[in-house]
Design a protein. Structure first.
Ligand code: ADP
Length: 265
């Protein structure tokens, strides 16, 4: 990728590197493995199901899971006549990820963060996204360079935070929440993933990772709980197969993502 010189905006007066998008929403988490990318992907598809034009930028540079989640992990990006990168597309969502630029899915990216940031800026500016109602950004976990840069380079409409119920996760997400509050990015709310498990044979509900973690977090910081998504082997299996739970999952699962999208929009 050619090197770009970057003139950073500020979080109070961000640049707009995505003037083609009416709204830009970030999906973030405190720690990895809480299901952030899965939630992000399903929310993007749920928005597309409403007939909206949706793009998804995978900014989780060092752990890009979006290509596999959308079943496009073997696709490679091409270029159009205007020298713009062509996004992949599935389930009505346009996608861009560094995972689509590496020769193989197990090729690691050993990049300094300045290189990673410049690749993300290029994905914002040099991809043929078309006109979008929503650009969704799958952020890396934590509170680092990418979060800060995205808040400087895009007028973020808001951020959705994903956590699991246990304290080790809510502690981390509270730091992310305070960071976004500090840099004046509106918090749209919190999604509690892997919230509970319903035994398929007995229907008994088990709170494997405890209860009330996200509720407590939302109460403490005065933000909304957007929804709770169960721990469900269907979600995991469908993810691995590149099938979206909001399309192929059980009604209860579809509804949980769609309800969150109603609240967001
Ligand atoms: P993160 O982006 O936070 O690192 P991922 O979205 O990659 O997390 O999810 C991590 C793993 O958890 C994946 O294998 C995914 O299929 C699984 N997973 C995510 N959400 C659920 C859920 N609600 N129920 C069961 N498995 C889930």
């Amino acid at each position: 990728m050619p090197k770009k010189s970057i003139t950073y905006g500020s979080t109070q007066h961000p640049n707009n590197r995505a003037p083609y998008a009416k709204k830009v929403i970030a999906v973030s988490s405190g720690k990895g493995g809480v299901g952030k990318s899965t939630v992000c992907a399903n929310l993007a598809v749920a928005l597309a199901q409403k007939g909206l034009h949706v793009g998804l930028l995978d900014a989780d540079i060092y752990g890009p899971s979006i290509p596999r989640l959308f079943g496009v992990e073997n696709e490679k990006i091409g270029w159009n006549d205007d020298n713009k990168m062509m996004p992949s597309e599935n389930f009505g969502v346009k996608l861009m990820s560094v995972g689509l630029t590496t020769p193989k899915s197990d090729t690691p990216l050993v990049w300094r963060s300045s290189v990673a940031i410049s690749a993300l800026i290029q994905f914002l500016e040099d991809v043929a996204w078309g006109e979008l109602d929503y650009l969704i950004i799958d952020m890396p976990p934590g509170t680092g360079d990418v979060q800060l840069t995205m808040a400087q380079e895009l007028p973020l409409s808001g951020v959705v935070l994903v956590t699991t119920p246990q304290m080790l996760s809510t502690d981390d997400v509270s730091r992310a929440l305070v960071m976004f509050q500090d840099i004046k990015v509106p918090i749209l709310g919190v999604v509690e993933n892997m919230s509970y498990f319903t035994a398929p044979d007995t229907g008994t509900r088990y709170n494997i990772f405890g209860t009330g973690g996200a509720q407590k977090l939302c109460h403490t910081y005065g933000v909304s709980l957007l929804g709770q998504i169960p721990l469900d082997s269907d979600i995991m299996n469908l993810c691995d197969e590149g099938k979206m739970a909001v399309v192929f999952g059980k009604e209860e699962i579809k509804k949980s993502y769609q309800t969150i999208v109603e609240k967001i929009s």
